[in-house]
Write a protein that binds this ligand. Structure first.
Ligand code: CMP
Length: 140
């Protein structure tokens, strides 16, 4: 077991439905701690930069439009094996395939409007955290 930090976004479909607290409760009940958090409305430039890895995918335009359609909550989550643990708590990208009790099984509306984002590996977690937070914003 290793103490890790991961990056999380509560997406516009979830903030619109006032689900922020219910989603954070899932992280906390799952053993993760919120060590940095802010509610922002991403610019198009930020969303395109954040999701640059997907820029050649057919859904890229739709993804960026959705991510700037309303406020999001960007967070750093800390805990034992936080990257993998967060992915379990979120459930599969496609809510139809997400495990019962996971955030996406309970709250996601579709594969695109899937309520949360979470880093997929240590290197991505480091880059994604640095995209939105300075070291001094994170208080463990
Ligand atoms: P996320 O974990 O934020 O990483 C990339 C996002 O692209 C993903 O969650 C989905 O919201 C979105 N995505 C993945 N596949 C599709 C798809 N087939 N159509 C629309 N959006 C998608």
């Amino acid at each position: 077991m290793v103490l890790e930090r991961t990056f999380s976004i509560i997406k516009p479909d979830a903030t619109r439905r006032n689900l922020t607290g219910k989603i954070i409760a899932k992280f906390e009940e799952g053993g993760l701690r919120v060590v940095a958090s802010k509610r922002i409305h991403m610019t198009r430039k930020q969303a395109e930069g954040f999701y640059a890895v997907h820029k050649d995918r057919p859904f890229f335009g739709e993804l960026v439009d959705f991510m700037i359609s309303g406020p999001v909550v960007v967070q750093v989550l800390e805990g034992q094996n936080a990257i993998a643990r967060n992915r379990e708590i979120m459930g599969a990208t496609d809510p139809k395939k997400a495990a019962p009790g996971s955030i996406r099984a309970e709250f996601a509306e579709s594969i695109g409007e899937n309520s949360v984002h979470g880093s997929d590996a240590p290197e991505t977690a480091k880059d994604e955290i640095a995209f939105f937070f300075a070291g001094s914003d994170i208080v463990g």
